[in-house]
Structures are given as structure tokens and as C-alpha cells.
Design a protein around this ligand. Structure first.
Ligand SMILES: *[C@@H]1O[C@H](CO)[C@@H](O)[C@H](O)[C@H]1NC(C)=O
Ligand SMILES: *[C@@H]1O[C@H](CO)[C@@H](O)[C@H](O)[C@H]1NC(C)=O
Ligand SMILES: *[C@@H]1O[C@H](CO)[C@@H](O)[C@H](O)[C@H]1NC(C)=O
Length: 935
């Protein structure tokens, strides 16, 4: 939904047109305008010249008798001493406790650096504020139920005395990771199997702005520092920031040694491979509402996942910067290294460094730490029809039936803001939705679901906001009074879901609102939070949250706290039925994947936003939050039919697939299109539904191991440098489907990149052979009714071909297997099935079957897991098995033999006219049986 500060737009329009494309950019700080970013940039530039080091480890503070040369423990602790040279008054020394540990089972090193504060000696801080640095971002980001991981693993410890710099070496359990801590001039080197992977504080950019009194500020800065905006804020929209603690930023630099490619740190509307920012703004992570955001830009957006992945041919490494404050990241590709500089406004330095062979090792270990991406409702990976707004019950039911009339399958319909009574959440507009239960029951007949919007801002003076204020579950202003700001309903307060009281209240509202309704789900929008009257479209940084922590410290986890609390409430309500809740969130952080889907926010109906949606989704997919999509076909503006068609053809590959439109746009439900566009879009959505068995299997694999659902070309194929920068084509999970959506107006063909091997065009299985040893591009025909898509040889796809009105109605349909052998005649595939809606899969109530073809001769199924109860799976019959023949021609006979249990029968092979494939119809076998077919 939009940020729409008309007042600002009127007064600043001339300025904005002069400087930027996006509507919101002028509202946001540049690094130069941001006090702490500016200071750290200046510091880093000066330090590069002087190379002065002000941080060293106090050897006497080490939690270990240094005389012993070897010991065992699971946490290394010591004090870093920050020195401010003051010949006049004597050096100032600041104590910064550091800890290093190896996290279990994740091939990772955790480093924390805090400040030893003494509030008892400092009466400059008001009593309503917590005097310490916020050190609990990890409690929201990590999967704290996984206690095993949080315990440090065994660590061995050696001290080596060097001539100029003492070095302490720490080894993990199997000695594969070595951490060298340089104590004189603080620096850390991280080795993986003896290869140097990271150098921490390589360029001496470490900076921790310690607590000092304003009057003594001049004494407390080093020669390379600037005092710019340390105690005030010059920026037009945040002049009122009280900055009660003064400067408190934390910054550190990390060099990825011998790696020239880094990815991740969403959310930005930018390329998949991150850009060198030496001559641009740094990437900024700060959750804000950016209507029609600027694309190809490092500007901040709705969500923030401070996880960066670097890779070369045989090693991969990740930096997870566990900090929820406003953060800027600079990247410099220098020679064969990538140098990064991380700057956060406050909090502590808490960082986890992951090491692995390949990017998949990193994602897998990252989700062990931060939690598995949820396995969503099967129906929620179908098509979602949304609009701001469907006006009333007849409107909703009309869309519902028109979709059926024109044979567009769909599962979810959505109600934006206007369904509420006067923008009061947890209410329904009485005349438009007089009987929500009736509406929901009608939708439920075809297994359909409804999502309604509930945001964290609560209109003043009604039963919900009243009780939040009364029970003290709201966010407070810097004076300690309930914060009142401007959002959709006008003056509003904000629920504080970091506060257990806020969580309990939220829970209570949902219990009342949802009651026993099963097919009602929630959309948390505007939870950055978006505040129309606030600085940079969001909350003033000096607002106060639970336990006296400022917004400044927790900003990027607020949205996560809202959607996680929403999810927990829904889960509890639905416990009786055991159904999985569905929650969509706009703001996100590391860990959001556990409980919510997200989308790329307020885009617009033009080709550039279609193009950028693909790298944006790919980025989220490699940092553990795969359930993402972009609004089809652009939220604001009216898409021309060609754009709408191409956007649906791209949108069917988004893990979260939703059509959505702004209130000022024309109606554009897909059935409103003229022919042939209507049929082309219908075919695309029906293709999405046909592939649901494969997609749901991909969601399960994402849940289990973090495997991306939209997977970048380089991800499993780091041996090909040609793929590192490709972000306009992708694989779908592990299925072997390779897709390149068309994102250019009037395109009739497209260049597509293939690694050596054999590929089959998806619809007719005609082969495309790529010889040689390097990836090559091919020109692929793509008139308006064609989506360029291939199955990579070596894969087996499962689908259900028949059109049904919703995913639930497909449960009774049989499966088709499509076998795409590689050049050796081998192919593999897997299929996951469960009831699609409950948590019973966690108790083993699911089917997992592997299919394999060996040497083009024997096709086998292997059932790996079976549910106990019959009703879990639906129809498991196989209707047809289709085999592409280009790679196995010589071995194909007229009939095949099927062995299933003690049963053995011959069946004829049907051949396609073009000779591209053969097929077995009605083989009388099932996907949940073990069988063997010999060609
Ligand atoms: C977080 O900070 C508080 C206050 O300094 C301290 O008591 C606590 O031990 C810290 N927690 C961690 C995990 O470092
Ligand atoms: C590093 O060594 C470990 C333990 O010997 C091994 O399991 C792992 O595969 C090695 N990793 C790389 C990238 O060589
Ligand atoms: C089943 O297939 C999956 C995906 O291809 C693979 O990772 C797994 O190892 C296979 N399991 C067995 C037992 O073959």
C-alpha cells in the first residue's frame, strides 16, 4: 500500500523531480546526511591514510591462564581496549568485551563485541531508557528453540607469541576452521581447511562509538574522527531526534579473501550480484515504506536481511550481521578480494561468519541458525487474487465466480484496508460485509481462503487502541507518553509486539476477530512501521519500546515481531483444527522465513519493475526467505495488455504469486482481458497449477534445507564464472526447470544461457544440446504466447495436468511424470505430498518418493517415507509417464515391462509424432508405491 504524504509531495515535488525517479527517495537520508554513516565513512577514509589502530586486546583479560598453551572450552572471551590518545589529560581507555565461539553443526564462527557501560556512574540517561546497548537482536533472528546450536561448540585454543603482534589461534572441533586473533592491533583471520577466507578489521575500520558526556565529546574522539551530528540531527525530517545517548555506532570491515562475487543483504531493488559501492551510496538496511521505489538502487526498502554470501569456484563464505539498527554496507571489489564495511547506528557487534564449499552449504547452515522457512499451506502456493479494494461481499463473490467462469484457477482472495469499519482493524465495515462468516463459508466450498489486512497502527479511541493504551502495550514517545502518529486511520498508536503485554493483547484481538473461522488469514502491511508523519516515512528513532530500548536499536526487527506475533496467535487459534496459518508481511528481517511470506512492495506497472522483480526474488531465495513474489502486474498504474501477459508469465514462477492493484487503477482481473491475451494468461496460471506437485516439493526442500525455490544460475554451479552475474533466468528448486521470463516490450525472442548438457523444451520435449565445456547462449523464440522454459537433462518432473478451480480440487487427480534424461540416460526426481494444510507432516504424515532412471533402461520409484493414514495423500495414481527420447533413442523398444510388487505386466509405448518422446498411459502404478519399469 502507498505512502502518501501529500503535504510533502506538494512542497518538495520540484526538488524530487530534479534528483530522483522514485517518489520517496527525497525523504530518505543519504550516507552523507546520516550522522553515523557520515562519521564512519570519514573515519575509514582517514584511517586508510594514517593506518592508526586504536583497538587492541588486553592479554590479561583473557579467560584462560595464558601460561598453558592448550585447553578446551566453548567460548573465548577477553576485553578489547579502545584507546583515545590524550597526552594532555591522559589516554582514555574504553573496555569492550569480546567473545568468539563456534556454533554447533553450522560451520560458523560467532563474534560479539559489546561496550562495558557503567550506568551507575552516569546520570545523563533518563530512567525510562535502558542504559545498555541492545544485545538481543539474536533472540528474534535465531531459531531460539534450537538450543543445541546456540551452545558454543568445543573450541581448542593456542597462544603463539609473535615478535610484533601476539596471535591467538582458535580451532573448532574438527580443526577445519581456524580463527587467528591478532591482539596488538586487533584483527581476525578466519581459515577454512587452511585457506584464508575472511580478514576481519583488515582495513582497521573498526569503530565503536563509546558512551560519553556531550561536554566531554571533544576529548573522546580520535584524530581521524569527525563529530558530525553526534548529538543532533540536521536532516530535514529528523531534526527532532533527541539522540539521548549521543554517538553509539558500531562498524567493522570484513574482507572476503579470494572471492570476487557477493550476494544477499536484501531488500534492494538491484541486481543479484551486489555492486561495488566505492563511487555510490552504500547499500542501506533500514525498513521503510518506499512507494514506487527507485530501481537499480541501493536505497533501503521494506525489509532487511543482513546476510551476505560470497563465493568463488570452490569456497563460499557468509557474513550474518546480527544487528537491527539502521545499517549501511559498503562493498569494494579489489583485485581478487571483496572488501566490505558494515556500519550500524547502535547495538552491539554480533556477527556470525559461515564457511562452506558452496552457497547451498551456507543457506543450509544459516537456516539451521535462524529457522526453517515454513512449509506453507498448499493452497497458498496457488494463485492469489487481490485488489485495493474488493468493495463488499457481492464484489468478492462476483470475482470468485468470474474466475471460475473463465477457468482461471485460484485459491486466495484478498481484502485490503477498506473492508474495515472506518480503518479500525479487527472490525468489518457493517454494510459491505454484514456477515463475514457467510462469505467465508461460501468461499470454503471450493477450498478457497480469504486474507484481510491488519496493520500495527491502531486508530485512536476505539476498543482496540483504548485497551492497548490502558494496558501499556503500545510504543511510547521519547517523553514516555503513548506515541501518536499519522497513518491510514489518521491519528494512531502502535502496538509494541516486542512487549509480552503487547503480544498478549494482539493475541486476544485475533481470538475475538477470527473465532472458529478456518479459512481467514492475515496480511500485516505497513509494519516497517510506516508512519506518514514520521521521519524517513517511518518511526522517530527515539521512540521507546519494551524494556526501555529505543526504536533506533530495534527498528529492523519491529516488523518481524508484528508478523511473528500474528502468526503465533493464528496458530494458537487454529490449534483445534491443526491448520497452518498464512501471514503476509511487508517488513521482514532474518528469521521472518519461519512464519511469513513477503512481497516486493509497492511497485508500478512498467517493464522496469517487472525486470527487477526477478533479481529481487532470487536474492531473498538465497538468504533463506524464499516465499516471496512481486505484485502482478505492478501495483500502481494501468498495465498495457502485453505487460500484463508477460507479468503473469513471470509471476507464475514467483514462490508467492499474487495479482494486486492500487485503488486508483482500472479493474484488471485476468478474465477482463480480451482474447487472445485472456487465454494466454489462463494457460500460464493453469501451468502454475499443473506444476503444484513439483512446486510443493520445492517448498518442502526449502523447508528442510533452505534450497531456493527460485534458484540463481550460479548457485549450484560455481565452477562456471560466466554464471555469477546472471539474474534474469533461474532454475525452479531442484526440479531442473530452467526459465527465462520475458521482461522486454515487444520481444519475440531472447538470449538464454545454458551450461553444457542436454535440455528439453518444456512443452514439446524437443532437445537442445550444448556441447563443449563452457556455458553458451542460444537465441530462443518467445512470441507473446511462449514462456522460454526448458527441463535440464537429468531430472524427473511431477505434475497434475487437469484444470480444476482450486488446488484442493486437484487432490483427486492422477499424476504425470516427465522424464528428462541427461546425456548418459540418467534422471532423478523427488515428490513430496502431505495433506497440504496441517502440521501432521511434522509427525511423519507425508509421502516422499524418489524416481530414478538409470542408463536409459530402468525407471524406478523408491518410497522413502509413507504416512500412516490413508487420507493424507489424495489420489496417487499415475496417469502417464512421458520420456524424452533424444538421449536414450537406442534403448527404446515397442513395449515395456512394469514390475510392481509381485505383479509384472507389459504395456505398449506410445510415440509422439515428432519423435521427441514416448509415453506410457495408464501404467496402473502409483506414486506411493515402489515399482520398476524396464525399457
Ligand atoms: C546483554 O546486556 C546485558 C546488560 O549489559 C547483560 O546483562 C547481558 O548479559 C547481555 N547478554 C548477552 C547475551 O550478552
Ligand atoms: C574441509 O574439511 C572438512 C573436514 O575435513 C571437510 O568435511 C570439508 O569438505 C572440507 N571443505 C572444503 C571446502 O574442502
Ligand atoms: C532422493 O532424491 C533427493 C533429491 O534428488 C536426493 O537428495 C536424495 O538423496 C534421494 N534419496 C535417496 C535415498 O535416493
Amino acid at each position: 500500500m502507498i505512502f502518501n504524504n501529500r503535504f510533502l509531495i506538494i512542497f518538495l515535488l520540484p526538488l524530487y523531480w530534479a534528483t530522483a525517479f522514485g517518489f520517496t527517495e527525497y525523504l530518505l537520508k543519504t550516507c552523507q546526511q546520516s550522522g553515523f554513516c557520515h562519521r564512519n565513512k570519514v573515519y575509514s577514509q582517514n584511517i586508510l591514510k594514517t593506518k592508526n589502530s586504536y583497538y587492541s586486546i588486553d592479554l590479561s583479560s583473557i579467560n584462560y591462564e595464558v601460561e598453558k598453551s592448550k585447553s578446551e572450552l566453548n567460548l573465548f572471551t577477553a576485553n578489547i581496549i579502545k584507546t583515545i590518545p590524550r597526552p594532555d589529560v591522559g589516554d582514555i581507555k574504553v573496555v569492550l568485551p569480546i567473545s568468539i565461539s563456534f556454533l554447533k553443526d553450522t560451520n560458523s564462527v560467532r563474534l560479539t563485541i559489546d561496550e562495558d557501560r557503567h550506568p551507575e556512574l552516569d546520570n545523563s540517561i533518563s530512567e525510562i531508557l535502558n542504559p545498555y546497548r541492545y544485545n538481543e537482536t539474536w533472540k528474534w533472528a535465531f531459531d531460539i528453540d534450537n538450543k543445541d546450536i546456540l551452545q558454543g561448540d568445543k573450541l581448542s585454543f593456542y597462544e603463539l607469541k609473535g615478535s610484533s603482534n601476539n596471535v591467538i589461534s582458535l580451532y573448532n572441533r574438527d580443526n577445519s576452521i581456524k580463527v587467528e586473533v591478532y591482539t596488538n592491533s586487533f584483527k581476525i583471520k578466519v581459515f577454512y581447511n587452511d585457506t584464508l577466507v575472511f580478514t576481519v578489521n583488515d582495513r582497521l575500520f573498526m569503530n565503536l562509538e563509546h558512551k560519553r558526556l556531550k561536554e566531554l565529546n571533544f576529548q573522546n574522539i580520535n584524530p581521524e574522527e569527525t563529530p558530525y551530528n553526534m548529538f543532533g540531527d540536521d536532516f530535514e525530517y529528523s531534526k527532532d531526534d533527541t539522540l539521548k545517548f549521543g554517538p553509539e555506532s558500531v562498524a567493522l570491515d570484513f574482507t572476503f579473501n579470494n572471492m570476487e562475487n557477493v550476494y544477499g543483504i536484501p531488500e534492494h531493488a538491484d541486481s543479484l550480484k551486489l555492486k561495488d559501492t566505492s563511487n555510490t551510496e552504500p547499500y542501506r538496511l533500514f525498513n521503510v515504506d518506499v512507494f514506487e521505489y527507485t530501481i537499480d538502487s541501493p536505497m533501503p526498502m521494506y525489509g532487511a536481511i543482513p546476510f551476505m554470501i560470497g563465493t568463488n569456484k570452490d569456497t563460499s563464505a557468509g557474513i550474518f550481521w546480527v544487528n537491527a539498527a539502521d545499517t549501511w554496507v559498503d562493498i569494494a571489489y579489489e583485485g581478487s578480494d571483496t572488501k566490505t564495511h558494515w556500519i550500524s547506528e547502535t547495538g552491539i557487534i554480533d556477527v556470525v561468519l559461515f564457511l562452506g564449499k558452496s552457497p547451498s552449504d551456507l543457506t543450509k547452515n544459516y537456516i539451521k541458525l535462524t529457522g526453517k522457512p515454513q512449509l506453507p499451506l498448499l493452497s497458498s502456493i496457488g494463485y492469489h487474487q487481490c485488489r485495493w479494494n474488493y468493495n463488499d461481499e457481492p464484489d468478492v463473490l462476483n470475482v470468485d465466480s468470474e474466475m471460475d467462469k473463465y477457468q482461471f484457477p485460484f485459491d486466495f482472495i484478498w481484502l485490503d484496508l477498506e473492508y474495515t469499519d472506518d480503518k479500525k482493524y479487527f472490525t468489518w465495515k457493517p454494510n459491505s460485509f454484514p456477515n463475514p462468516k457467510r462469505l467465508l463459508n461460501k468461499l470454503a466450498r471450493l477450498g478457497r481462503q480469504l486474507v484481510v489486512l491488519i496493520d500495527p497502527h491502531l486508530k485512536l479511541n476505539y476498543f482496540v487502541s483504548d485497551s492497548v493504551v490502558e494496558d501499556q502495550g503500545c510504543v511510547y514517545n521519547s517523553e514516555g507518553d503513548p506515541f501518536i502518529g499519522h497513518c491510514w486511520p489518521g491519528n494512531s498508536i502502535w502496538i509494541d509486539t516486542l512487549n509480552p503485554i503487547g503480544q498478549k493483547l494482539w493475541d486476544g484481538f485475533f481470538k475475538k476477530f477470527i473465532g472458529s473461522i478456518k479459512n481467514l488469514h492475515i496480511w500485516n502491511d505497513m509494519n516497517e512501521p510506516s508512519i506518514f508523519s514520521g521521519p524517513e516515512t517511518t518511526a522517530p528513532k527515539d521512540l521507546i519500546h519494551y524494556a526501555g530500548f529505543e526504536e533506533r536499536s530495534i527498528h529492523n526487527i519491529y516488523g518481524l515481531s508484528v508478523h511473528e506475533t500474528t502468526y503465533d496467535s493464528l496458530k494458537e487459534i487454529k490449534d483445534g483444527s491443526g491448520l497452518r496459518p498464512f501471514v503476509l508481511t511487508r517488513a521482514f528481517f532474518a528469521g521472518s522465513q519461519r512464519t511469513a511470506a513477503t512481497w516486493t512492495g509497492d511497485n508500478a506497472a512498467n517493464w522496469d519493475y517487472l525486470r527487477i522483480s526477478i533479481p529481487m526474488c532470487l536474492t531473498n531465495n538465497i538468504v533463506g526467505m524464499p516465499f516471496i513474489g512481486a505484485d502482478v502486474a505492478g501495483f500502481s498504474g494501468d498495465p498495457e495488455p502485453e505487460l500484463l501477459v508477460r507479468w503473469y508469465q513471470a509471476g507464475i514462477w514467483y514462490p508467492f504469486f499474487r495479482g494486486h492493484a492500487h485503488i486508483d487503477t482500472k479493474r484488471r482481473e485476468p478474465y477482463l482481458l480480451d482474447e487472445p491475451d485472456r487465454s494466454i494468461v489462463r494457460e500460464a496460471i493453469q501451468l502454475r497449477y499443473a506444476l503444484l506437485p513439483m512446486l510443493y516439493t520445492s517448498f518442502f526442500n526449502a523447508h528442510r534445507t533452505g534450497t531456493p525455490i527460485m534458484k540463481p544460475m550460479f548457485y549450484d554451479k560455481t565452477m562456471y564464472p560466466e554464471l555469477y552475474a546472471i539474474d534474469d533466468q533461474f532454475y525452479v528448486g531442484d526440479s531442473g526447470l530452467l526459465v527465462k521470463p520475458i521482461v522486454d516490450k515487444e520481444a519475440t525472442s531472447v538470449e538464454m544461457m545454458f551450461v553444457p548438457g542436454i535440455y528439453y523444451e518444456y512443452t514439446n520435449l524437443s532437445p537442445l544440446i550444448i556441447n563443449g565445456i563452457v556455458p553458451q547462449s542460444r537465441n530462443i523464440d518467445a512470441p507473446l504466447d511462449i514462456i522460454p522454459m526448458f527441463i535440464e537433462g537429468g531430472h524427473i518432473l511431477t505434475r497434475r495436468n487437469k484444470y480444476r478451480r482450486s488446488s484442493k480440487l486437484m487432490r483427486h487427480d492422477p499424476y504425470t511424470l516427465v522424464i528428462a534424461p541427461d546425456v548418459y540416460g540418467n534422471a532423478f526426481g523427488d515428490l513430496y505430498i502431505d495433506d497440504g494444510e496441517t502440521f501432521e507432516f511434522e509427525k511423519g504424515e507425508y509421502l516422499e518418493t524418489n524416481f530414478s532412471l538409470n542408463d536409459g533402461k530402468v525407471l524406478k520409484s523408491t518410497v522413502l517415507n509413507e504416512p500412516q493414514f490413508d487420507n493424507v495423500l489424495g489420489n496417487t495414481d499415475i496417469y502417464e509417464i512421458k520420456i524424452a527420447t533424444a538421449a536414450i533413442k537406442k534403448t527404446v523398444k515397442k513395449t515395456v515391462t512394469i514390475i510392481s510388487g509381485s505383479n509384472k505386466h507389459e504395456v505398449p509405448l506410445h510415440r509422439s509424432e515428432d519423435g521427441n518422446w514416448v509415453s506410457i498411459r495408464y501404467p496402473k502404478i502409483k506414486v506411493d508405491e515402489t515399482w520398476e519399469i524396464t525399457f
